[in-house]
Ligand binder design. Structure first.
Ligand code: AGP
Length: 615
């Protein structure tokens, strides 16, 4: 939700902090700030509402020179976006600077205590309360700051990823986390880098430590690193080497990350199935399943948990797993599941789907399921993310970093991996015969090339987008495998163009939404030639009879729907189970172009952040 970056080392911190903030801006971007301890020993803090560019302009030529510093991009939770509420926040008469990603749930109680003890709080944020509370503990106990941070955090309820900078100790940086991600990079010449994820670090070092919940890391300019739990147990850190390349974090000539990521899908889908499907031997390699086969073999139910686009991928998986493996599937919004006192059995297999691997509700939901003995299988895109590390097994989607807030390549990579899993399960359980299995295997292997074919006709989308760019509403309708695609298409449109869009099963239209149909209502049908095609054609005719503007996603050469619709976009005909991998692509492009035509910020849409790491 917010972006965190920190640096301690021989180089000037400011350029590293600003570069990191720009790479983290996709996580939250309503304000930003930096704090450094300058060569003269004084704390220097600059913060500004708006984009990181506003902060840079505000700082101008007089950039800080300190070699230790922290930086933050904010997605507001407590207090509106403003200079005053931007991080870093100061405690201790301005001697301690804190940046924070998370929510301090008991901040009001702490604020009352601090106010009673004479602290003067000037912002609306929970983070400023935390900064003053750390200072209060530091001064009242006389503990060294790392221990004061540890003791203070024992009193904190909620989620946090923090970095603390102490004016009096410029040779030290302190970081801590609970339920919000934090990565420590170990660089050359005793340099340390801290980030909400690896993106601000990977340009400097590939050696990272993923802090675990309730761990406090103290970094020293001499290269020393001490990690303790808030219960004061010493932790031996495990250093990982990350595979991410800095080039993958650039736009590579595209106008926006979202467009780049849409066009990366032939590669990202190929990468997501590479090594998993073996055409020659007719096998699927899925060690995450095979190493825990007993859990899957006796599974009475597959529970799929996710949010947003990942939840839509879960809905596609429901069709896949029930069709191929004949195992009952329930797909749940993680945020609802975690609070509704669900019945969870130790025979359940839980599929947690999350691009970031840090979505708070999904993480909490799998923790609940784990407490009840369910087997957790994570499908994540970010290696080393919290959900990936807390799952019993899993499969990474290998889509590469997805920077655009609107998920595109991550969705198709998720669906590709879930398709592979369902095929493997169906075959091992004897529910999918060899002929059907091989047809799917061959079809899936062809998908990257067919996605490229759809992208080669991307220009047709721009013309159609112009017809809908001024719409105020839109309906997306599909049946079967195309119902989740309709939901995903509607989400893409609303989250980047701010047009109110809804997805429905096409058959559901007559139970209410048809009342919305008039000449001002764009209706996007996904009308691929599958078992329910004729039913969808009837629905199209019902909309046409009421004057709705119809865009239909059809299979190549479909003249019947072409004659009915106002606009069509064609995709190659494939096995219905593989079709979401193709039909979702024109939807992504349609949303992208409509949002651009409406002057929206495609990569950083208003009010959103890439990863919802707080509830
Ligand atoms: C989708 O375009 C949005 N970015 C959002 O709905 C996202 O899918 C959701 O927040 C889940 O994120 P996750 O996959 O990282 O858990």
């Amino acid at each position: 939700m917010c972006g965190i970056v920190g640096y301690l080392g021989p180089e000037p911190a400011y350029p590293i902090l600003i570069d990191g903030l720009k790479r983290l801006e996709y996580r939250g971007y309503d304000s930003s700030g930096v704090a450094t301890v300058e060569p003269g020993g004084e704390m220097s803090v600059h913060k500004r509402q708006g984009k990181v560019a506003n902060l840079e302009a505000h700082i101008g030529a007089g950039v800080p020179q300190g070699t230790v510093g922290i930086g933050h991009t904010r997605w507001a939770t407590h207090g509106p976006p403003s200079d005053r509420n931007a991080h870093p926040h100061l405690g201790g008469n301005g001697k301690i600077a804190v940046i924070h990603n998370g929510i301090i749930e008991n901040y009001e109680a702490l604020k009352e205590l601090l106010t009673h003890r004479g602290h003067d709080l000037t912002s609306d944020t929970d983070t400023e309360v935390l900064a003053h509370f750390i200072d209060e503990v530091h001064r009242s106990t006389g503990l060294d700051l790392p221990d004061a941070v540890r003791v203070a955090l024992k009193e904190v309820v909620g989620a946090y990823a923090i970095v603390v900078l102490d004016e009096s100790q410029p040779d030290r940086l302190i970081a801590a986390r609970k339920s919000s991600p934090l990565v420590v990079g170990i660089g050359e010449n005793n340099a340390f880098y801290v980030g909400s994820d690896a993106t601000p670090i990977v340009g400097y070092t590939k050696n990272v430590i993923y802090l675990e919940d309730e761990e406090v890391a103290t970094m020293g300019r001499d290269g020393s690193l001490t990690i303790r739990t808030i219960a004061d147990a010493v932790v031996t850190p495990e250093v990982h080497e990350i595979e991410m390349e800095i080039a993958s974090l650039e736009k590579a000539g595209f106008d926006h990350f979202m467009l780049k990521e849409i066009f990366e899908q032939p590669k990202s889908i190929r990468d997501s199935i590479r090594g998993r499907i073996r055409l020659q031997s007719g096998e699927v390699m899925m060690s995450g399943i095979d190493d825990h086969w007993a859990k899957w073999e006796q599974a009475e139910r597959i529970l799929i948990l996710g949010c947003g686009t990942s939840w839509h991928a879960g809905l596609v998986a429901e069709y896949l797993f029930e069709s191929f493996a004949r195992i009952p599937v329930e797909v749940e919004y993680a945020s609802e599941f975690r609070y509704r006192k669900p019945v969870i059995r130790d025979t359940d297999v839980v599929l947690a789907i999350s691009q970031s691997g840090e979505t708070a509700d999904t993480l909490a939901a799998i923790r609940l399921a784990k407490e009840h003995g369910a087997h957790i299988f994570g499908v994540c895109n970010v290696v080393g993310s919290s959900i990936a590390r807390e799952s019993d097994a899993g499969a990474y989607t290998h889509a590469g970093p997805e920077i655009g807030v609107a998920s595109t390549k991550a969705f198709t990579a998720q669906v590709a991996v879930l398709t592979t899993m369902a095929m493997h399960l169906g075959k091992r359980l004897g529910k999918l015969n060899d002929q059907a299995f091989m047809r799917l295997m061959t079809g899936l292997d062809n998908i990257p090339d067919l996605v490229q074919q759809v992208l080669d006709n991307a220009s047709a989308v721009e013309h159609i987008a112009a017809q809908f760019a001024q719409a105020e509403n839109a309906l997306y309708l599909g049946r079967g495998y195309q119902f989740p695609v309709a939901l995903e298409g509607a989400l893409k449109l609303k989250e980047i163009s701010y047009i109110h869009a809804e997805g429905y099963p096409a058959a559901e239209m007559k139970h209410g939404p048809i009342a919305l149909i008039d000449e001002n209502m764009p209706v996007i049908f996904i009308a691929t030639q599958d078992d329910v095609y004729e039913k969808v054609v009837s629905n199209i005719q019902e909309v046409k009879a009421r004057g709705g503007q119809i865009l239909a996603i059809i299979n190549d050469g479909d003249t019947k729907v072409r004659a009915l619709a106002d606009h069509v976009l064609e995709v190659p005909k494939v096995h219905e189970a593989l079709s979401p991998l193709l039909t979702s692509v024109p939807m992504q492009l349609l949303s992208y172009h409509i949002a651009l035509m409406r002057g929206c910020n495609v990569d950083q849409p208003r009010n959103l952040a890439k990863s919802v790491t707080v509830e």
